[in-house]
Design a protein around this ligand. Structure first.
Ligand code: PMT
Length: 223
């Protein structure tokens, strides 16, 4: 019965974009709508999990029964996730975390001056790599958003970040799925296996992915 697949498990899910201020009115971010992460939170809850959803700024409301923590910057998302991670059995990183922040955000609105301007950027912490390097790490599922070399880059992230599973999707202008779309398709990889989940609604896809996660989690717990 699918309704019991994640019964009693604590599942943390990150969703949406993060946002990095440049000055009081401007920021660096991306096109993530949160739809994929919120769909996973909704279905994980329906499968019996205690779900914590750590979300960047999006226009969605929390699915029923899901604990929502709203954050803005990557550092805030990192802190909110780390504060609860010791209790998590499963972590799913769907958030499109902004990799670089402005090194020195201005305290006043930047004035228009020269024809060219340079913003110095500083690398952000990698949240999922930090989660997966914990001694008692949860079963860790990453996402990979790629515009080229999907399988190669996804497998590299699976291994380099020490993940248990990765769900890769094509993103960019010509694809139906990915950022903001109501639909998506995923190539899922884990150590010793892979599965293609064809283009469908993000809600359907969330269910298919969570079935795989529950199976792999059970297999791993049994060993
Ligand atoms: O929100 P939607 O509009 O529904 O769109 C869904 C989605 C396209 C955002 C989603 O399906 C997706 O692909 N999410 C991951 C986007 C991403 O940032 O991928 P990445 O390849 O840059 O990162 C790889 C993994 O590392 C991800 O699990 C990411 O959450 C994690 N990461 C990345 C950088 C960082 N500093 N910390 C992280 O935890």
């Amino acid at each position: 019965d699918r309704r019991q697949l994640l019964q009693g498990l604590n599942v943390s899910i990150s969703a949406g974009p993060t946002r990095e201020p440049i000055d009081p009115v401007r920021f660096i971010s991306n096109r993530s709508s949160g739809k994929m992460g919120y769909a996973l939170a909704q279905v994980a809850r329906q499968m019996g999990a205690n779900v914590t959803l750590i979300s960047g700024p999006v226009s969605l409301s929390a699915p029923p029964g899901v604990k929502l923590l709203q954050v803005e910057t990557t550092q805030q998302m990192y802190e909110a996730i780390m504060a609860g991670i010791a209790a998590a059995d499963i972590y799913i990183g769907t958030a499109a975390v902004v990799d670089y922040r402005a090194a020195l955000p201005e305290s006043h609105k930047i004035k228009k001056q020269a024809d060219q301007a340079i913003i110095s950027l500083q690398k952000n912490i990698d949240i999922i790599a930090a989660v997966a390097s914990l001694p008692n790490k949860p079963f860790t599922v990453g996402f990979a958003a790629e515009t080229q070399g999907l399988e190669e880059y996804a497998l590299d992230k699976l291994n380099r970040k020490n993940l248990d599973m990765i769900a890769a999707n094509w993103v960019g202008n010509e694809t139906e799925g990915g950022f903001d779309s109501d639909q998506n398709a995923l190539q899922v990889f884990w150590h010793g296996g892979r599965q293609t989940l064809d283009m469908t609604s993000k809600l359907q896809l969330a269910e298919q992915l969570l079935v795989l996660v529950a199976q792999r989690f059970a297999d791993k717990s049994a060993t």
